[in-house]
Design a protein around this ligand. Structure first.
Ligand SMILES: [Zn+2]
Length: 389
């Protein structure tokens, strides 16, 4: 099953207080011919966590982790080749958890034992999994495609065979012939718009992109249901016979550009709010503080940002980065865990609070955010300064 937003939301709220969960991310494809086979990476990852789970566990918990590692080995031996790019797997047999998802390759290779599923790598690739629909449209034909950045394919072809060709004009008057054609085009657009809406109701998509000659697309837009109209983000032109690969490439360009502009808007909003010292904060320390108050509406983060830190194994809180790293959680007194890079915990926790996550992967946007500390948050509510500060 391919990873979906709903699945990530479910994993985000999952907590298993008694039994540890093994979260495993594995890239199974080969980008370069010289890449290791994934089975070697898998073996190393599992050995690493078996040698050192990274957190303190009771004997029974350790045995449960070992049993899950065995189950994972067997699973990949039998099913590893069924996956195309990447896999995310969450296992805690003692807690009745076993979930496996197909993911984009960008999840990388990572294994971790914790009492919550490690969701950061999934949260990070959700943008690549935003479903979009592409419809090539002409006055008598249409092709419908569905997919996202890493998986894409054709769903339906529609050919209106009723539309008479030029050669069939026969003895009709020019005007009557023209009206006849227009009526067919009208019916074709109406049925196509209904098909697209039915597809949307079955499998909601975030974006709709239309392919076709400008005047055809602009006529067709009037037929779209308002829900689809608001998801429409652009048009490109290819021949009706284009391959799925060509269609995906053209559509992906439009999606990427739309996302880039959206990120720029978030960045501008953050800068304005932070400068007026009102509803925005910047820098890791202030963001972590806002996070702990449940006050992050949108988190904007440079994809490359890294910083050491610690998080609580009990309540999950990221500890304030400036403080002396404590042995116990500042908020609940639970045991804490050190991380070479705490940033993924920050955005995973923001996601758990239902914040919008904005990852900046574009160099020019990253440079703008660098001036603000590489990370910032737009807040849900205004924080009243303490008296005297
Ligand atoms: Zn805690």
């Amino acid at each position: 099953m391919h990873i979906t937003r709903q699945a990530v939301e479910r994993l985000a709220s999952y907590h298993s207080p008694d039994w540890p969960i093994v979260s495993l991310y594995l890239r199974v494809d080969r980008e370069h011919i010289t890449d290791d086979h994934y089975s070697i990476r898998l073996k190393n990852l599992l050995k690493q966590v078996s040698d050192n789970p990274g957190i303190e566990l009771s004997r029974a918990q350790l045995e449960a982790v070992e049993a899950d590692l065995d189950r994972i080995r067997v699973f990949f031996r039998d099913h590893g080749d069924e996956f195309g790019q990447g896999v995310a797997l969450f296992a805690s047999s003692a807690a009745n958890l076993w979930e496996v998802y197909e993911t984009p390759r960008e999840v990388g290779n990572h294994v971790e034992v914790d009492f919550r599923p490690v969701i950061a790598p999934l949260v990070r690739v959700l943008e690549l999994c935003e479903p979009f629909c592409v419809c090539l449209v002409s006055r008598d034909r249409a092709r419908i495609f569905m997919g996202h950045m890493s998986e894409f394919g054709e769903r339906a072809v529609r050919l209106d065979q009723e539309v008479p060709g030029q050669h069939e004009q026969g003895g009709w008057s020019q005007a009557r012939y023209q009206r006849h054609i227009e009526e067919h085009v009208h019916q074709h657009f109406k049925r196509l718009a209904a098909d697209l809406f039915a597809l949307f109701e079955q499998e909601p998509f975030r974006f709709l992109i239309l392919g076709g000659p400008h005047e055809v697309v602009s006529d067709f837009l009037d037929y779209l249901h308002p829900y689809l109209r608001e998801r429409y983000i652009g048009t490109f032109y290819v021949l009706m016979e284009a391959t799925a690969k060509q269609v995906r490439e053209e559509a992906a360009k439009i999606v990427r550009e739309w996302l880039r502009q959206e990120k720029q808007r978030y960045l501008d909003l953050l800068r304005n709010e932070a400068l007026s010292n009102d509803m925005g904060v910047t820098g890791l320390e202030k963001v972590v503080e806002a996070l702990q108050m449940g006050n992050v509406l949108s988190l904007i983060v440079d994809d490359r940002l890294e910083a050491p830190g610690s998080s609580c194994l009990h309540c999950g809180a990221v500890q304030p980065p400036a403080a002396e790293q404590p042995d116990r959680c500042l908020y609940c007194g639970g045991p804490v865990r050190r991380h070479a890079n705490i940033v993924p915990n920050v955005y995973a926790n923001a996601y758990r609070q239902k914040a919008n996550l904005v990852f900046l992967t574009e160099r020019e946007l990253q440079e703008q955010l660098a001036e603000l500390g590489g990370i910032g948050a737009i807040l849900r509510f205004r924080v009243t300064p303490a008296p005297g500060s």
